[in-house]
Design a binder for this molecule. Structure first.
Ligand SMILES: [Zn+2]
Ligand SMILES: [Zn+2]
Length: 284
């Protein structure tokens, strides 16, 4: 399925007429559009600028809605995709309330793991709580010329399962240390002490459990984030990437090539502290 999303995202218009009907038919045919079967049969004969343009608009919304499978609502607004999410992980966590079906005791290999977080001389035992985020990110991300925008505390992106992504710093704007990662569960996430808002600072391990080069989410600037393996299966480190923690190449979703971030095992894990492109907005 992934190559289909790609073509649309990259606005490969020649490929669009063929792909649109396939995407609509396979991904979304159960929702609304009985007309698609006609498109499928007549694709090659009916390629015109008009139909291609219309299909592109429609399919953009359908594609992102499928990609962001954990989002509450995905809407195309002009050149942006608006992702509304409750920020609730779709995997188990020891940070869920014990009454929650997704609560499970910690199953990772960190002997020092604890749900009890110490911060600012106080201790907290936070539980995951529903949030209401709306992220507005560019559909066709562009390199920001001149000085880049720094990331800030709070959401800097969103994973495909709807979980918010934070940068590499703690509340005091210092690089997170091993001690603080004693409070992340086996999927690299944890809730904030005050709001219970769950987030990842590192590779979302749930989303790379079967494919270490998988697309895992997007930063606010619209550039995609992949797992720690590159397109040839090499495991990357920060030293293999530029200062924003990415590089440009073709990917499964973007066969024509795109700038993208990679997760790595070493700091800063997902992003270098500045967006490569112009960030969209996030409201809560
Ligand atoms: Zn955190
Ligand atoms: Zn790559």
């Amino acid at each position: 399925m992934k190559p289909l999303y790609t073509m649309k995202l990259t606005m490969n218009f020649l490929a669009m007429s063929t792909l649109c009907s396939l995407i609509m038919f396979s991904s979304c045919g159960d929702e609304d559009d009985p007309v698609v079967s006609n498109d499928t049969e007549t694709t090659e004969d009916t390629t015109t600028e008009d139909t291609t343009t219309e299909d592109t608009t429609t399919d953009d919304a359908l594609d992102f809605a499928t990609l962001f499978y954990g989002a509450e609502r995905v809407t195309i607004v002009g050149n942006f995709v608006e992702i509304n999410t409750l920020d609730l992980p779709d995997h188990t966590s020891p940070f869920y309330p014990e009454s929650d079906p997704l609560y499970a005791a910690y199953a990772g290999d960190n002997a020092d793991f604890s749900t009890v977080i110490t911060a600012g001389g106080q201790t907290f035992d936070p539980e995951i709580a529903e949030q209401n985020y709306t992220l507005k990110i560019p559909i066709n991300p562009a390199v920001k010329s001149g000085s880049k925008s720094s990331t800030s505390g709070g959401a800097i992106g969103v994973a495909l399962n709807g979980v918010i992504i934070y940068n590499q710093y703690n509340g005091a704007n210092e690089l997170l240390d091993d001690l603080e990662f004693n409070n992340t569960d086996e999927y690299n996430g944890h809730p904030t002490p005050n709001t219970g808002g769950y987030h990842y600072h590192k590779e979302p391990l749930w989303l790379t459990s079967s494919d270490k080069s998988a697309l895992v989410g997007y930063l606010l600037d619209g550039f995609p984030i992949y797992g720690p393996e590159d397109e040839s299966g090499n495991t990357l480190a920060t030293a293999d990437l530029d200062e924003y923690h990415g590089h440009t190449s073709a990917t499964a979703e973007y066969p024509d090539g795109i700038y993208h971030y990679h997760c790595t095992d070493d700091a800063p894990w997902i992003n270098g502290g500045e967006y490569y492109g112009t960030p969209g907005t996030v409201t809560q």
